[in-house]
Ligand binder design. Sequence first.
Ligand code: HEM
Length: 378
Amino acid sequence: MPSPVGAVVHPNPYPYYAAMVAERPFHFDEQLDTWVAASAAAAQAVLAAPGCRVRPPHEPVPQGITGTPAGDVFGNLVRMTDGEPQHRLKAIVTQTLGAIDRSAVAATAMQRARQVLNDSVRTPYEQLMFELPAQVVATLCGLDPAAGGEATRLVGHFVQCIPATASPEQQQRAAQAAAGLQELLGPKLDDTQHGLLGELVRMATHVGWTDRAPLLANGIGFLSQTYDATAALMGNTLLALSQQECELPTSEMALQRFVREVIRHDAPIQNTRRFTATPIRHGDVEVPAGQAVLVLLAAANRDPAANPDPHMFRADRTTPNVFTFSAGAHHCPGETLAVTIVTTVVEQLLRVGFDPAKLSTRVTYRPSPNARIPVLTE
Ligand code: HEM
């Protein structure tokens, strides 16, 4: 039996999640010393609760990176902060990502996918899942291919400092990587005519925001937020193509609907955490201040109260209730970007004759406390 965290990398955590939704929708897990919100209603309530924070109030930045470039970036990310400045900065970040030209993203992703596939004899899964999406975002940020490659390498190190389980070595490498990313991306803030970071500065100036460090940090955040989550979505989409007994989607629209159902059915990000600064209540459960809450986004997606036939993979769902991109103040603003990159890359793969049936059915997952990233082999 997996634990709520072990479920992330379990071959099939969904019966376990379903039992939890039915029997213990919001409960305290003694072993993890955390509350667990599994049902859609509990997840919704926790994500909307004003008393919940994204970091423990006594440790806004993990101790091991405090005072380092990684700590400076981490402590300025909208993802890792709450309150009024976060609220203002989040609006700037959301508007910037919302203004991205979807067709330009698709064109960049297609060009890179073709290049990667042309240069490879076997399907380079890791390169397609991790490097390609980060490279696309680096290009959008105005980096040339060489600098984009370096940024992609560095972001792979930076994200290692984010889980609470990060080792001192990982934190040290992340600190060096953050410094490298600041150096690469900093100058792009000054180019307000081109690129995502210039757009970020333009949006910020428009609302009177002048502090540069949080803008640079969230520019780096564009790369780090893309990295694991988009890799997981691409991997889980390829797996779903190999497992679902339906015809392969042929049109871009059909493929996009398929990807969106993967997002609900086999969530790339399976959970997120909150910390109570003041007591919160859901139904007859009261969580005191100073507690941790694990929100099982992947379980909530499959709550029958949220979606009919929740365990069925049905790409024709019209308005599914999906928790994968979170909800409330921290709702992910990168959904369109991620879906566009993944749809484009998978479309290119299918176009060059990729046969999902070739994928091994013995799937393992990369160690992670929240991202469900399959290790794909043939
Ligand atoms: C499949 C891909 C992705 C998934 C599943 C995903 C999921 C999430 C989730 C669950 C959160 C909120 C966590 C919480 O509430 O605690 C989040 C936040 C965020 N994501 Fe994504 N994300 C993805 C891709 C992206 C991309 C491509 C970008 C942009 C480049 C992005 C930018 C962000 C940002 C800026 C936040 C912070 C929002 C905030 O805390 O206010 N994400 N994402």
